[in-house]
Design a protein. Structure first.
Length: 421
């Protein structure tokens, strides 16, 4: 028996029959590229929506790119609520993304890399159904076939977009699917808002605690001793590395902790390093660049001073692993609570010092000598433990919220695959 290919795997019970396939040009009533506006990085003006603002089904507002208010613009380039935007130019992976403008701002423009498409009355009026359709795996795969260019720069021209064939049901079923998936998106938005609130609360708590506006007390109710302020060079020692990413004969194989492992704040332990790069090093290098529980790895360079000094704490003695020459290791000689170490180097006062000590022009670096000058807050060990327990519990809540968001996004991806043909 021949299986019908134009019926979705998952469907609302009140609908039946095949979905209709048509060239997309037959359901488009108008398509228009935006204006060729200057791409300026300024702090205020008219928001300019570009290819980089198009996410999977939504517009991610950029807070630094604007069109100067005095600049002339075409009124036809003003976005209206419900406008459907198609990304005509990007990397091969990102070209063809779509999103709906939901009147987030009273006035915004879109540029010439984006195509504003208006569909005829056979498509649900707010464009939500077609937005979800364009985010299904099958449609994305079909669009990629029309992309012209390279992996880094690719384009889909209108004439090729019009060749795309899409399958869609009757208007009532379109509306039902769009309403359901919109409710899923609202659920994801609520979870994102919950996570954002937790992160905002953590930021405020870090400011108050490390500014000593709020203090913990001993279990007996007594005040902890006053904090000390010490230079990193007074409480530990820095070590650089000469180990690169190469492998050589007559050297021992080791796992390499590299710049991006620290920049992304990845967990550094005996299990996680098994997925890191394997290189070789001499015995003396391995001995001087080993990793012990409580070590802190820093990124000593960056393209901007503000992005320097990312750090991670090593949670256990790591066997057969070293850190690369793109990093520096800080090894405390004073007793420190290991969980507290996760936080005291990431507070505004410390990050500001790191930014101040950064030198360079196109790439900024911090020397070991300047790292050693950075002043950090050092409470008593019992208070360190209280602070660490508080923030660790908060981080677990943020981590749980992140996990819930990912689960719901994964569920939505499954729905997009099963609810469309």
């Amino acid at each position: 028996m021949k299986q019908n290919k134009n019926i979705p795997q998952l469907r609302f019970p009140e609908f039946d029959g095949e979905w209709e396939e048509r060239p997309i040009k037959n359901i488009i009533s108008d398509a228009r590229l935006g204006g060729n506006y200057r791409n300026l990085e300024i702090s205020k003006g008219l928001p300019l929506i570009k290819m980089g603002n198009i996410g999977r089904g939504k517009i991610i507002l950029d807070k630094k790119y604007f069109l100067p208010e005095k600049e002339e613009y075409n009124e036809n380039d003003i976005l209206k609520d419900g406008d459907f935007l198609f990304n005509t130019r990007n990397t091969l992976e990102l070209v063809g993304k779509v999103a709906i403008w939901q009147d987030e701002l009273p006035l915004a423009l879109y540029n010439s890399n984006l195509l504003r498409i208006t569909f005829n009355d056979e498509i649900e009026s707010t464009n939500r159904f077609i937005n979800y359709l364009f985010n299904t795996y099958s449609t994305i795969k079909s669009l990629r076939r029309f992309a012209i260019g390279t992996t880094s720069v690719a384009a889909i021209y209108s004439r090729d977009l019009y060749k795309l064939k899409v399958k869609f049901p009757t208007l009532p079923e379109q509306q039902k699917i769009a309403q359901f998936l919109t409710s899923v998106d609202k659920g994801i938005q609520l979870l994102n808002r919950k996570k954002e609130q937790l992160e905002l609360y953590k930021k405020g708590a870090m400011q108050k605690i490390f500014n000593r506006e709020v203090r913990f007390k001993e279990d007996s109710g007594k005040d902890f001793p006053e904090w000390e302020e010490k230079k990193l060079g007074e409480i530990g020692a820095f070590q650089t590395s000469s180990i690169d990413k190469l492998s050589r004969e007559n050297e021992r194989k080791v796992f390499l902790i590299n710049y991006m492992n620290v920049y992304r704040h990845e967990n550094i332990n005996n299990e996680s390093v098994k997925g890191f790069q394997v290189v070789t090093a001499r015995e003396k290098q391995i001995e001087s660049c080993n990793l012990n529980r409580g070590d802190i790895l820093f990124t000593p360079s960056s393209e901007t001073p503000r992005d320097i000094g990312h750090s991670v704490v090593v949670s256990e003695d790591i066997k057969n692993a070293v850190f690369s020459y793109h990093l520096v290791r800080f090894r405390p000689v004073e007793e420190m609570d290991i969980l507290y170490s996760h936080y005291f180097c990431n507070i505004p006062s410390v990050l500001q010092q790191l930014s101040k000590y950064a030198t360079g022009s196109t790439r900024f670096t911090i020397s070991v000598g300047n790292f050693s000058k950075v002043k950090v807050p050092v409470p008593s060990i019992p208070e360190q433990q209280k602070i660490a327990q508080f923030f660790t519990a908060l981080d677990k809540k943020i981590e749980h919220a992140t996990g819930e968001i990912e689960k719901m996004k994964e569920w939505k991806r499954g729905l997009l695959q099963k609810m469309f043909v």
